[in-house]
Design a binder for this molecule. Structure first.
Ligand code: KQY
Length: 372
């Protein structure tokens, strides 16, 4: 394992940029485990490959894959996608991967958070998770980026930043005793500020109804740019998601960001409810310690779970009754980018979506005042 930096990113002048800022690449990991992905992960692999190709047209993609799947993965993906061998336990690069940071001198480093598979032995989604735990340091090694080892459990999908000092997360996830039971709310905020180069926290309450990650913010809300938040919103008052979205909207409208701005909230439709079919459930292998998949269970479908690439926004197609409406809203939020939908049901069946399986590398840029 590579050496770690001894100070904190904030002390060294590093910050996590907003995801809507320019990228120089994107990492994804190849799905394989049959107790999370139906039919030996073959349909999920096709869906991941489609996402990788869609993003690669905008941001160069690197795919992490096991030795066992290397040749197959290499043969499926375009030659311009880099394929590297890394052992993983599953395929959620957002959560096990590093959080990349930049400074204003053209530097790029990364945070390697502790990972416990979304709750460890108290509600976590599988055991063991030691290969996932080592992924962030390997990615940073390959990217030639120095590493900060954070003293807390955190998944990348549980935070969003505006790149200008504001962090957004849910209480359901970050304050869950299955992540950092020894840390108070204030200590968690402080650790986030030190590792993301931020100074203002916006706490939302619960994440999307039934989210097996304990309510990651990346299914509920994200920054489209500083001052503008996209929020998944269920209009149907009888849907349990309605109260969750309404509460999030209220909190966002009452908040100001790190620069003192009020936030504009843009609603994205809530698809579905989307549920798992008998055929889909029966294709997943049962295994001790893995989350069972049952016919009729509601899936955590959300259009907020998109990837904002440099020239295209890649978003999940989830419900043909509202896919086009979601695309229109995203086009209005990102008028300079193409908005490209990719069929994402197979990723959703595994418990997440396009944002959860990706990890952007921000472009490193020296600001002119530093370079003179
Ligand atoms: O959505 C995510 N960020 C990860 C979901 C993990 C699901 C494992 N079954």
């Amino acid at each position: 394992m590579s050496a770690t930096l001894s100070r904190t990113p904030a002390a060294d002048g590093y910050r996590m940029p907003g995801e809507f800022e320019p990228h120089c690449g994107c990492w994804i990991a190849w799905p394989e485990r049959p107790d999370n992905w139906r039919l030996g992960a073959k349909p999920a692999q096709a869906a991941y490959a489609a996402v990788a190709e869609a993003i690669n047209a905008s941001d160069p993609v690197t795919m992490a894959v096991s030795d066992a799947q290397f040749e197959h993965c290499r043969s499926v993906l375009s030659p311009s996608i880099r394929v590297v061998e890394i052992s993983t336990d599953d395929a959620w690069m957002r959560d096990m991967g590093p959080t990349f940071l930049v400074d204003d001198r053209g530097g790029r480093r990364g945070v390697d958070w502790r990972f416990n598979a979304w709750g460890g032995l108290h509600g976590g989604l599988y055991f063991p998770w030691d290969r996932d735990e080592r992924v962030a340091s390997k990615v940073l090694e390959i990217e030639g980026a120095e590493r900060y080892r954070a003293p807390m459990v955190l998944e990348g999908g549980s935070i969003h930043v505006d790149g200008q000092g504001t962090v957004m997360a849910t209480e359901e996830c970050l304050l869950n005793p299955n992540r950092n039971p020894e840390l108070s709310r204030e200590q968690i905020e402080q650790a986030l500020f030190e590792h993301l180069g931020a100074e203002k926290m916006i706490w939302l309450g619960r994440g999307v109804f039934g989210d097996e990650t304990d309510g990651h913010v990346d299914n509920l809300a994200c920054f489209a740019r500083p001052g503008v938040v996209l929020l998944t919103y269920a209009e149907d008052r009888s849907d349990p998601q309605h109260a969750i979205s309404a509460d999030a909207q209220q909190r966002l409208q009452a908040a100001t960001d790190a620069r003192g701005r009020r936030l504009e909230v843009v609603r994205l439709p809530s698809p579905g409810p989307v549920t798992i079919t008998e055929e889909e459930a029966s294709g997943v292998d049962a295994a001790e310690g893995s989350l069972p998949r049952r016919a009729g269970d509601r899936l955590t479908a959300s259009y907020v779970n998109f990837y904002p690439g440099n020239s295209r926004v890649v978003f999940p197609l989830l419900d043909e009754r509202c896919d086009e409406q979601a695309a229109d809203i995203l086009r209005r939020c990102f008028p300079e980018r193409d908005v490209v939908g990719v069929p994402a049901r197979e990723i959703l069946l595994g418990g997440g979506n396009i944002h959860c399986i990706t990890q952007q590398i921000p472009a490193a840029r020296a600001s002119s005042s530093v370079t003179g």
